[in-house]
Design a protein around this ligand. Sequence first.
Ligand SMILES: Cc1cc2nc3c(=O)[nH]c(=O)nc-3n(C[C@H](O)[C@H](O)[C@H](O)COP(=O)(O)OP(=O)(O)OC[C@H]3O[C@@H](n4cnc5c(N)ncnc54)[C@H](O)[C@@H]3O)c2cc1C
Length: 369
Amino acid sequence: MKDFDVQVLGAGIVGRCLALALARAGLSVALRPEGARPADGDDVRAYALNAASVELLRGLKVWDALPAHAATAVLDMHVQGDAHAAAIDFSAWQQQVSALAWITDAALLERELAAAVRFAPHITVVDADVPAALTALCEGKGSTTRAALGVAFERVAYGHQAIAARLTSSKAHQGIARQWFRAPDVLALLPFDAPQPQRSYALVWSLPNARAQQLLALDAPAFEHELMRCSGGEAGTLALASKRAAWPLMQANASAWCGPGWVLLGDAAHVVHPLAGQGLNLGLADVAALVGVIRRREPWRALGDEKLLRRYARERAAPTWATGQLTDGLMRLFADDLPLARELRNRGLTLVNHLSPLKRWLTARALNS
Ligand SMILES: Cc1cc2nc3c(=O)[nH]c(=O)nc-3n(C[C@H](O)[C@H](O)[C@H](O)COP(=O)(O)OP(=O)(O)OC[C@H]3O[C@@H](n4cnc5c(N)ncnc54)[C@H](O)[C@@H]3O)c2cc1C
């Protein structure tokens, strides 16, 4: 077996995007998958992707290959606190952008990436370790290679799970994403165009473990009843259009992101609560940053040179830290049911809603994590 420039461990979205981006930069790439990816239609999640992620996927010729119903633009976002008057609204029009995010079908995105990898000339799919100048670990949060390297993964389990499912609605979504901070639940309805154009949502509902298990055990009509109770009917009459699945939630960070000949990206490096829809966006920003650092390297510098890899780690440290703090802070603020905490957070939401520069700043951050 010849030596490769880069060996990518893990064929999730981050690993496949990295392999494609490196191959486009002219490097020879070995991609080593392990474990089965969910079969088509099995992952009921839809990811809120920001402008920077869409740009990356477009550059990889993946975004424009997605079927039209695979991605829906979010034009407005309504975030509701646990007092009725406390809310914050974001609008693409006010922020002068074409969309706040694109809600993207997880399974269709994976399928398109897999096809792109199959046809990429510089990518070889391998089933064992191969010699390479650089090994990129994109193995997700449970990365075993990271553990074998002795890198600690400092995690805080929230004791919450996120239930995801697809829904249909009696009312058109009009491109509005809705989120309710209901202490301790966070309920999000993300506009989507499948299975029914204009009348579908992707659900992400974060709840304490025991409550999540109760909801999963309910039959469809009882689950839909709970959804209607919590959303107050604002998104119309909602019906389940898929199975329900749940993920345990945590915040985590690797104690080191690189070393001689190796580097971490995506969930293998950091995990955040999905309430701000930023985990994959961070991972794709890692890909863009690493490929940028590699493209700009001095001609004599080896790919596995730790000095080079530290440039990538430095570039990603601040945005990843800021997103982690924001999601963790929001999660904790709304987990507390004391009256004072409730009063403070609801006043805070109302205040932020009236501060246009702060809203613009928050939106810009979310669009370019
Ligand atoms: C409910 C929910 C909703 C979310 N919504 C959003 C959202 O709206 N927007 C957003 O940006 N993010 C969102 N996220 C976060 C997003 O799902 C993750 O950040 C993203 O999937 C991480 O991708 P990854 O490729 O790094 O890891 P993974 O998807 O975990 O992929 C890792 C791959 O590596 C493989 N692997 C593991 N070990 C090895 C090994 N030793 N060798 C080779 N391969 C290995 C695994 O089998 C897997 O295929 C959400 C998460 C959840 C739970």
